[in-house]
Design a protein. Structure first.
Length: 332
């Protein structure tokens, strides 16, 4: 476990920096919170003030309403009670950042969630050299290795066209913040009918459009009319819509899910999806190991996910690695 002298420590409220008197992605209310990104397990209500990137700020306002928010550009150092803090691209979703903390020449980095694959909707991941690195471990098993996202989106396009030939709608479940926008950005390269959006997806898409992110044109399911024929249309909906009365409007439909969890075929069968598409906004196994090596960190703390295999592998490589138990989730 972290030591009393560590720059970042685990407290009941979340990750805490004693030298700067602030928390990182706390899960309980605190006076000052530095937020890595806008997903609900990292950005919660009740903080006295929020520090984040300009890309994350509108997401916080969308999700949390009017809050006291201080915006800091990527790479721009700011002082927190004597600790030198800066936010660096994490490549996870729009505005996502790693938190670099430096005190007396010692550097710690809390990565939040991150990925190394190209993504047209957010800044690419930046390797930040450090003494200690707090890494996610959502997909920290050797079986998790991601295909090229552009190839997977081409599979989604072909699936929609197959559904069209069968008179079916193609309902694709994906997370409303990050995943849906990434799919829409990749779809812009294809000559396809505008995808239809569930209302919960549409709200996040508008936040991205306001930030200048280019995506395929879209239409709302709710504006199609009660007797609309949705056959042949790609429909994006949040996972919460699966099995809900909302699906009854589609007379005939296949259901798919875009997630890193679809790398395991059994997950698709257990969730009763017709198709699974492997698209994740988290690092896969090779990129986790590559990233940790590139930081040069002598100490590594693995959190939220399958930490055991990662910690064991790192220890075998001579890295001082440990598991850090936190309350973060796995929107993948």
């Amino acid at each position: 476990m972290p030591q009393a002298s560590d720059l970042i420590q685990l407290r009941p409220e979340g990750l805490y920096c004693p030298a700067g008197d602030f928390h990182i992605d706390p899960w309980l209310p605190v006076p000052r919170a530095v937020i890595t990104h806008g997903h609900g397990d990292h950005a919660r209500e009740g903080m006295g003030e929020y520090h984040c990137t300009p890309g994350t700020a509108p997401i916080l306002r969308w999700r949390l309403g009017d809050q006291r928010i201080a915006e800091h550009a990527h790479g721009e150092p700011f002082d927190m009670n004597g600790a030198r803090v800066s936010l660096h691209p994490a490549g996870h979703v729009l505005g996502s950042a790693q938190v670099r903390v430096e005190v007396d020449g010692e550097v710690w980095v809390a990565s939040g969630d991150y990925k190394r694959q190209p993504d047209p909707t957010c800044a690419p991941f930046e390797v930040v050299p450090c003494d200690a690195f707090i890494t996610e471990a959502t997909f920290a098993l050797p079986v998790y290795r991601w295909p090229d996202t552009r190839d997977v989106v081409a599979e989604i396009v072909q699936w929609r066209r197959t559904c069209e030939a069968r008179g079916e709608a193609a309902v694709l479940f994906c997370y409303a913040l990050g995943k849906a926008q990434r799919v829409l950005a990749e779809l812009a390269a294809f000559d396809e009918p505008p995808p239809l959006l569930h209302g919960a997806i549409a709200a996040g898409v508008e936040v991205y459009r306001a930030a200048g992110i280019a995506m395929a044109a879209t239409e709302l399911v709710s504006e199609q009319g009660a007797r609309a024929d949705h056959a042949g249309r790609l429909v994006l909906a949040p996972p919460s819509a699966a099995g809900s009365p909302w699906l009854r409007r589609f007379r005939r439909a296949q259901q798919g899910f875009a997630s890193g969890w679809m790398r395991i075929r059994g997950n698709r069968r257990r969730r009763n999806y017709d198709r699974g598409f492997v698209i994740s906004d988290h690092a896969d196994w090779p990129d986790l190991l590559r990233t940790i090596e590139q930081t040069g960190a002598r100490r590594v703390f693995a959190t939220h996910g399958t930490t055991d295999a990662l910690v064991r592998t790192l220890c075998e490589q001579g890295v001082d690695a440990k598991t850090l138990r936190t309350s973060f989730g796995d929107d993948a």
